[in-house]
Design a protein around this ligand. Structure first.
Ligand code: GTR
Length: 325
């Protein structure tokens, strides 16, 4: 009798624990950068937080280095629920959400610290919220430093130096407009194809921050890097709404909390990586130009602001970002 009672109580304990066991899972996460890139390390850190808070019930399995595809493909998979967590740039979301375009407007942010404050505040929340109707939950923003032009042909100091250059851009109309406003030719292309395109002369240049210019080895083929710092748009961490809706409210809170906490780690890693990437590029003997006529670049952006900050709401978002001290 005792033995039967014991068996029944073991069964009861197992049954009671079942919902928790069933919820145990590793979220599939995607990033197009390699395993040591700050965004990837930060998402892994987020996974470690989740697993320590939940006794390993929740965690993250990171697929870095574009294993699950280029950003356009991973966004589709995220919306479909095949990828749970995705770290992407804001640019490939531009065609879905007009709000995501705003942080990419050239020279909108005065500095990286201005960008961090604005994205951590109400303007950032608004942009993250705008993704929900497209099947993604915006969890947090990660740093992406400043994007500047690099090319295989010549130094760029003024917009006139851009004339006729074939510049690769991300899949975003905003970036096409920026390049065209500067008198160059825009070629939208997936990130993973840029190295070969530079090497074979299909394009003359591209634009990116120090860590990406270095980690992709674009700096080995495009020697001229001109620090015009036209865009300080951040990266974004999103979760599939399908995956999100399957979580309990408590787990949703944990996911958000872990994402937010990973931002601190990311920023620290980012600042270190900017320095080390810069040193590597300089040691390679690249022509890095820092005396740039940024005012001349900014003046050319009038039509771009007009086209993309087109509604009252978007104009207000620009104002709100500018107002942040
Ligand atoms: C990087 C960014 C990537 C990707 C890439 C690109 O800075 O981290 O997510 O957007 O730029 O230019 O495609």
């Amino acid at each position: 009798m005792k033995l039967i009672n014991k068996k029944i109580s073991t069964l009861l304990v197992t049954l009671l624990a079942l919902p928790t066991i069933m919820q145990a899972r590793d979220f599939r996460a995607a990033d197009n950068h390699n395993s040591t890139y700050p965004t990837v390390v930060a998402v892994k850190h987020m996974g470690e937080l989740l697993s320590s808070w939940t006794n390993e019930r929740l965690g993250i399995k990171m697929y870095s280095g574009a294993q699950l595809g280029q950003e356009k493909d991973t966004i589709e998979q995220t919306i479909a629920g095949a990828i749970d967590i995705n770290r992407i740039n804001l640019a490939p979301l531009n065609s879905m959400s007009a709000e995501t375009v705003i942080p990419g407007l050239p020279y909108l942010f005065r500095s990286v610290s201005h960008m961090r404050k604005a994205m951590d505040g109400a303007p950032g929340d608004k942009i993250l919220k705008s993704l929900e109707q497209h099947g993604m939950i915006g969890l947090a923003f990660y740093d992406s430093g400043a994007r500047s032009f690099y090319n295989t042909k010549r130094e760029i100091k003024t917009p006139a130096d851009m004339k006729g250059l074939k510049i690769r851009v991300q899949n975003s109309d905003l970036y096409i407009s920026i390049i065209e406003a500067l008198g160059a030719n825009a070629t939208p292309m997936a990130f993973g194809e840029v190295y070969t395109a530079l090497k074979t002369g299909v394009i003359d240049g591209a634009e990116n921050n120090w860590p990406s210019y270095e980690s992709t080895r674009h700096f080995e083929v495009a020697k001229y890097y001109s620090l015009d710092m036209h865009a300080l748009a951040p990266e974004v961490l999103v979760m599939s709404k399908i995956s999100w809706d399957k979580l309990s409210t408590d787990d949703q809170k944990l996911v958000k909390k872990a994402a937010k906490e990973s931002v601190t780690v990311m920023r620290q890693l980012w600042d270190e990586r900017v320095k080390s990437s810069r040193s590597k590029v300089l040691a390679n003997g690249n022509k890095v130009e820092s005396s740039i006529d940024t005012a001349a670049f900014y003046i050319k952006m009038g039509p771009v602001y007009k086209k993309y900050a087109s509604t009252n709401e978007l104009k207000q978002l620009v104002k709100d970002i500018r107002a942040i001290k």
